[in-house]
Design a protein around this ligand. Structure first.
Ligand code: AP5
Length: 194
């Protein structure tokens, strides 16, 4: 485990494309005094910067597939270490996508206190992603790649949620609700001791 980080409070937000991970994660960070990281954003920054990591992960991101876990862990670790001295805790959106990501994070970085799952239907995920595509122009927000990202999410969801339930970490939130309600339910989950 990274020495600087092992006592950090870590909360994770998972869910499919457009479920609201970024929207909710950012707000939780500012309202709860946590440091926010999005694994998708960290990867996009590497791609835009044309770094060695960016060049390696671009093809997988463009296809809507998962990037290899060691690459994502390395990016998280580097960025979390930079904030460790001043951070009161972390909210990480888009991680863990599968059981191996969860166990590796806890081995190499820190224990995860809660994994909040934002539950939305495939239709909602698709509609929100397409709507965002019209304004933000993310390269993986094409109809084809959105469908691939939804399929990747659905394929991995059951094992990770079952694992987190077994470990008493999972909190399920209805992400079909208005953003303010989703945020408020997540905040309650974070503030609840158990
Ligand atoms: P990532 O960036 O995480 O993409 P994603 O999982 O497809 O999720 P999105 O960012 O599209 O959605 P979001 O849930 O954050 O929704 P948002 O709040 O933006 O990952 C991109 C790629 O990177 C992956 O495909 C993979 O290749 C790679 N990757 C990332 N993490 C990885 C990992 N751990 N391991 C391996 N590879 C990884 O909201 C979307 C829109 O909906 C916005 O317009 C928003 O305003 C709106 N909205 C949000 N909530 C609501 C609401 N409650 N009601 C109405 N509208 C809402």
């Amino acid at each position: 485990m990274a020495k600087l980080l092992k006592k950090s409070k870590v909360y994770c937000v998972i869910g499919g494309p457009g479920a609201g991970k970024g929207t909710t994660g950012k707000k939780l960070a500012s309202e709860c005094g946590l440091t926010h990281f999005s694994t998708g954003e960290l990867l996009r920054k590497e791609i835009q910067g044309e770094t060695e990591t960016g060049q390696k992960v671009k093809a997988a991101v463009d296809r809507g597939e998962l990037v290899p876990t060691p690459t994502v862990i390395q990016l998280l670790k580097e960025n979390m270490i930079k904030e460790a001295a001043t951070s009161k805790g972390f909210i990480i959106d888009g991680y863990p996508r599968d059981v191996a990501q969860c166990t590796l994070f806890e081995k190499e970085i820190a224990p995860i206190i809660k994994v909040i799952h934002l539950k939305a239907t495939d239709d909602t995920m698709k509609a929100r992603s397409l709507e965002r595509a019209a304004t933000e122009g993310r390269s993986d927000d094409t109809e084809e790649v959105i469908a691939a990202r939804i399929a990747t999410h659905n394929m991995n969801l059951k094992p990770i949620t079952e694992y987190c339930t077994k470990k008493k970490k999972l909190v399920e939130i209805d992400a079909e609700a208005e953003p303010e309600e989703v945020f408020s339910q997540c905040k309650i989950a974070i503030e609840k001791k158990k």
